[in-house]
Design a protein around this ligand. Structure first.
Ligand code: AMP
Length: 132
């Protein structure tokens, strides 16, 4: 069965898309630690990120770099954390999280509750800012 992220990429499940090219897709995490918390995923479905072939892994990081630049510019955060967990969804992904201090990336913290309108407006801002 296709992963939830493959279904998002295929357009079967809605997402707040930030950027896309032929091999990668970026969209807002639906349970964000911070406004702008984004996931970058490869379109090929591989569970464990270090099982990706070298070229895909390297290019995924370069794609994430462009998305992170837009997140940093738009949120004004000190840095954008890039974190790989992958315990919940078995489709490789990088979390990009605006960060000012270490506790901003503590996954045990309560997630933000954002309205669909807020998600949409954050996504629109980031989509316009990102240069792929
Ligand atoms: P993990 O696999 O532990 O890195 O966690 C998966 C992440 O995917 C979590 O932060 C979820 O909030 C996020 N997530 C799961 N389903 C969706 C979805 N349909 N849209 C956006 N984010 C999602």
């Amino acid at each position: 069965m296709a992963s939830v992220f493959s279904r998002i990429i295929a357009g079967e499940i809605p997402s707040y898309k930030i950027a896309e090219d032929d091999r990668f897709y970026a969209f807002l995490d639906i349970n964000p630690l911070a406004e702008g918390h984004t996931l970058v995923v490869p379109k090929c479905e591989v569970d464990y990120i270090f099982d990706l072939d070298d070229r895909t892994l390297g290019d995924m990081m370069l794609f994430a770099k462009k998305v992170a630049a837009a997140i940093r510019r738009e949120t004004g955060c000190r840095k954008v954390a890039s974190i790989v967990l992958g315990l919940e969804v078995p489709h490789a992904h990088i979390h990009l999280i605006p960060m000012n201090e270490e506790r901003d990336v503590d996954f045990s913290r309560e997630k933000l509750q954002l309205t669909p309108e807020r998600f949409a407006s954050i996504a629109e801002r980031l989509r316009e800012a990102v240069e792929i």
